[in-house]
Design a protein around this ligand. Structure first.
Ligand code: DMJ
Length: 490
């Protein structure tokens, strides 16, 4: 070898060595992230199996597990947890658990029952759960069951105004409002549209779509909104808003806003009135409800009551960062994403600042420039029901930004659930006091949405597979059941 050749080889070896050293941290970091994601995904599967173990042992075929007393609770008597969890098991790849649940649906589930169910809750959990499971599996058992309950829910719409009643008797075919009022809740009558529209598309029977779109049309035209924000109640006789003047993005109004955006996406971005109402409402939020805390300047969405801003926010509002991010991903103004980033931080702090690392049901925020804490919790609001909204938003934020801090925040929440809500004999429980790590006061109830939503969004947050329920192909209903975006017909 000539001297020149030797020098060239030496130079090349030195070059490769330096490149190797420089890229080592990047490669090991990537490897660490991948390994971490796999660990995290397995941790969610393990959590699901533990929850399912309790449900199977003490509540099989019933609505909810009471994991401390090792028994069950009944709401509608329709195996609510099992149905809510079907598509989660499919997505998590839990084939054996799915097969035994499918068997129960095939042999035990009957809607021909003299039982009053809440229209909204049974639509988002049961109809939504059956429709999404049908789409994921292609198994017509689930479509048949969806058709059955969808048809049985229709009497709710036979009211003087066509704004549906809150309750339906599935066996008798009768419907009625709650005993104390003829009002329905605005979020409830405006968050059943994704499911009924999809049922019409699948059955080619327009009655479902017509019924829910009549509600949308009426609410669109109604007086009593403030900059696109809606009151919390609507009367089933007059079809008008009642108890006006109070505006919130939390309980009783929350999913109205979510379904404006998601219906627009479901229908292929053609229904401009839905988009206009959504855009106007977000402007309404910015103008009327947004404030910043002292001293840390956390942005939050307060509540307005007859012109007075109450600096409190339900944990339920934590769906909003995810919804705003979804809108921005679909071409809506970039400042929606800015707001999503800020609100996501606040929702994270609602967990991080609690002694158990779990959020309270309602947070109060400090607006005074004193030395107080940013977040305060009233004694009556200290419970945590294993709700999904923050994790749901973390999932959207991670999908769109790929910022690993969102996974870290989700991981911390899972750790806290395992530490403070996991029941050794199986299942997880709601707790009464997120500020007491010594005795968080278990409430003895595992809500169906813990399996339907919370664990599903955690799994999707940690999964590296972007095509697993692609956000360009599916919209999640408000109970985390993915429904397809309709194929374009033009
Ligand atoms: C769920 O049933 C749904 O997410 C609904 O939109 C709000 N409440 C619970 C979860 O917190």
């Amino acid at each position: 070898m000539s001297r020149l050749q030797r020098s060239l080889i030496l130079f090349l070896l030195a070059f490769l060595f330096i490149c190797g050293i420089l890229s080592y941290p990047i490669l090991t970091e990537q490897w660490r992230v991948t390994v971490k994601a796999v660990d995290h995904v397995e941790a969610v599967q393990e959590a699901f199996r533990h929850a399912w173990k309790g449900y199977k042992a003490f509540a099989w075929g019933h609505d909810e597990l009471k994991p401390i007393s090792k028994t069950h609770g009944e709401w509608f008597g329709l195996g609510l947890t099992l149905i809510d969890a079907l598509d989660t098991m499919w997505i998590l790849g839990l084939k054996d658990e799915f097969a035994e649940a499918r068997k129960w649906v095939e042999t035990e589930l009957s809607f021909s029952k003299n039982v009053d169910v809440n229209l909204f809750e049974s639509t988002i959990r049961i109809l939504g759960g059956l429709l999404s499971t049908y789409h994921l599996t292609g198994d017509t058992l689930f479509l048949d069951k969806a058709k059955d309950i969808g048809f049985r829910l229709m009497p709710a719409f036979k009211t003087p105004s066509k704004i549906p009643y809150s309750d339906v008797n599935l066996g008798k075919g009768t419907a009625h409002p709650p005993r104390w009022t003829t009002d329905s809740t605005v979020a409830e009558v405006t968050s059943i549209q994704l499911e009924f529209r999809e049922l019409s598309r699948l059955t080619q029977d327009p009655q479902y779509q017509n019924a829910v779109e009549e509600v949308t049309r009426q609410v669109h035209r109604l007086e009593g909104k403030r900059d696109g924000l809606v009151p919390m109640f609507i009367n089933t006789n007059s079809g008008k808003f009642t108890r006006r003047g109070a505006f919130t993005l939390g309980a009783r109004a929350d999913s109205y806003y979510e379904y404006l955006l998601k219906q627009w996406l479901q229908g292929g971005k053609k229904e401009t009135e839905l988009l206009e109402d959504y855009l106007q409402a977000i402007e309404g939020v910015k103008k009327n409800l947004l404030r910043q805390t002292s001293p840390s300047k956390l942005t939050f969405v307060g509540e307005l009551s007859n012109g007075h801003l109450n600096p409190k926010m339900d944990h339920l509002v934590c769906f909003l960062p995810g919804t705003l991010a979804l809108g921005a991903h679909n071409g809506l103004p970039a400042d929606h994403m800015d707001l999503a980033l800020q609100l996501m931080e606040t929702c994270h702090q609602m967990y991080a600042q609690m002694e158990t690392g779990l959020s309270p049901e309602i947070a109060h925020f400090n607006l005074q420039s004193n030395n107080g804490r940013d977040i305060d919790v009233k004694p009556a609001d200290r419970h945590n029901l294993l709700r999904p909204e923050t994790i749901e938003s973390l999932f959207y934020m991670y999908r769109f930004t790929k910022d690993s801090k969102y996974r870290d925040w989700g991981w911390d929440i899972l750790q806290s659930f395992n530490k403070y809500t996991r029941v050794p004999s199986g299942g997880y429980t709601s707790i009464s006091n997120v500020r007491d790590p010594v005795y968080p006061a278990p409430r003895d109830k595992m809500e169906s949405f813990f399996l339907g939503e919370t664990l599903k969004y955690l799994f999707l947050l940690f999964s590296d597979d972007n095509e697993l329920i692609s956000l360009d192909k599916y919209v999640f209903n408000t109970e985390a059941h993915p429904l397809p975006i309709w194929p374009s017909t033009s």
